[in-house]
Design a protein around this ligand. Structure first.
Ligand code: GLY
Length: 341
């Protein structure tokens, strides 16, 4: 069964307990899968087409050079315009696979089967595809919707505790975008989000993307925690996972709400957030390493003009321009809080 999605949204969405072959294309398909989920795929007797690539993935290898041999391979195997690419993997692979689908023969259809929490509630939805450049994360990419997203909960069983925790920050982000402090607190407290948390977050993201696919306005709210998060992630050489970096970015954004003159966040929530991020304290790069990535971020139209999403309790976030100096002091506070737990 596919979810009811708003009119005009071009991705079919199914949420399943485990992978089911009936959700695959019926013919002319090829597979690009993350090697780490190959056994799970096979354990569910899921088919593999003639053209199948199981690949190792990492944020550091999310680069154009990684993707070009896939395109060559498909051309050698006579993959044609009427083929559908099925991508089975986390956010790194869905970003790269979607970009490869958009490039191959000027665009072939693709389906995504997200296997990480992060990809199931965020990266798999909304057609943002990209690779990284030396200058920063996701700087070369395309908006290219998958025709279908199939979320199978059982993939989450394969995730390490660290990856599950990391993905949870994208869910907490959705709660803060809704201004729903109680939901954010309950997500901070839970180990594994419930299927109703997942369904709710997926529905909210679909609504936002459907109203603003190309990120001219409302979709920018989804960058909450990402401006600083991407810089921390890149400056750490991807030692800090994407979701973890978003968590740190969210904490900075909550701290900034006070200096922006909007309602400050309850200190209990800020403390709890800092405590959960404490295991990262030794990995956080120094401010001087993060700053160059911040200034190059594609969300900033000009240098020294940082576009920030500031969450507000019980309301939707606001978009604000922040000077690097103001952000530096929030970063220092964050650093201190995370280190003192
Ligand atoms: N991951 C943010 C977005 O899809 O806009």
């Amino acid at each position: 069964m596919y979810l009811d999605v708003p009119g005009g949204f071009s991705t079919q969405v199914a949420i399943l307990e485990k992978p089911l072959a009936e959700y695959l294309p019926t013919s002319n398909w090829l597979l690009l899968g993350d090697m780490s989920v190959r056994l799970i795929w096979r354990s569910h007797n899921m088919p593999e087409p003639e053209v199948s690539n199981w690949v190792e993935t990492s944020e550091a290898a999310k680069r154009m050079e990684t993707l070009l041999p896939w395109l060559e391979h498909w051309a050698e195997r006579n993959v044609h315009r009427n083929h559908t690419l099925v991508v089975v993997g986390g956010g790194v692979l869905s970003d790269m696979g979607g970009l490869a689908a958009s490039l191959y023969m000027r665009g072939i259809a693709w389906h995504v089967w997200p296997t990480s929490l992060l990809a199931q509630i965020d990266a798999g939805i909304g057609g943002k595809t990209a690779v990284n450049l030396d200058s920063g994360k996701n700087l070369a990419g395309a908006f290219y919707h998958p025709q279908r997203m199939v979320v199978a909960n059982s993939f989450l069983d394969s995730l390490s505790a660290r990856h599950l925790k990391s993905g949870k920050w994208e869910l907490i982000k959705m709660a803060l975008i809704e201004g729903d402090i109680a939901w954010a607190e309950s997500l901070l407290d839970c180990k594994i989000p419930s299927s109703s948390d997942m369904k709710h977050a997926i529905g909210l993201k679909i609504g936002i993307v459907n109203r603003d696919f190309k990120e001219h306005g409302e979709r920018r709210l989804l960058n909450l925690g990402h401006t600083l998060g991407h810089a921390i992630e890149s400056a750490s050489n991807f030692d800090i996972l994407h979701g973890e970096a978003v968590g740190l970015g969210i904490l900075a954004a909550c701290l900034l709400s006070k200096s922006c003159g909007v309602t400050a966040f309850p200190s209990g929530l800020i403390e709890k957030t800092a405590k959960q991020l404490a295991p990262l304290s030794s990995r956080i790069p120094v401010w001087e390493k993060c700053l160059p990535f911040l200034l190059r971020d594609k969300k900033n139209e000009a240098e020294n003009n940082l576009h920030f999403i500031i969450p507000i309790p019980a309301s939707r976030p606001i978009q604000q321009k922040i000077s690097p100096e103001v952000l530096e002091s929030a970063f220092a506070k964050l650093f201190f809080m995370v280190n003192s737990h």
